[in-house]
Design a protein. Structure first.
Length: 102
């Protein structure tokens, strides 16, 4: 399993050409296919996070890069490998807690 952390936007919001609806539609499709198991903001609202079901870092990266926000260059992301038992039932997480599990 791979844990994806979306960082704060890297381009000013007024330059965004992809809507929140596009991102949410992408997320819904990934949820329905079982590729994303959990998504949401950290409690401190500093990061957006989601759990990707993938067999390798390369597969997880491919999924992450297809997010309209990251594909358009609005957000950057970090990938961390977590065991299922570390993720399921363990959240929500703060940004600081996530950074300790790299």
């Amino acid at each position: 399993m791979w844990y994806l952390i979306l960082r704060k936007p890297v381009k000013p919001r007024e330059q965004w050409t992809v809507s929140l609806d596009d991102h949410l539609a992408w997320m819904k499709r990934r949820h329905e296919t079982g590729r994303i198991l959990f998504s949401g903001p950290t409690p401190d609202r500093k990061l957006g996070i989601y759990v990707i079901r993938a067999g390798s870092r390369e597969e997880a990266e491919s999924i992450a890069k297809s997010d309209p926000y990251t594909a358009a260059g609005f957000c950057a992301f970090d990938l961390m490998e977590w065991e299922v038992h570390q993720i399921m039932g363990a959240g929500p997480f703060t940004a600081a807690e996530l950074r300790t599990h790299k």
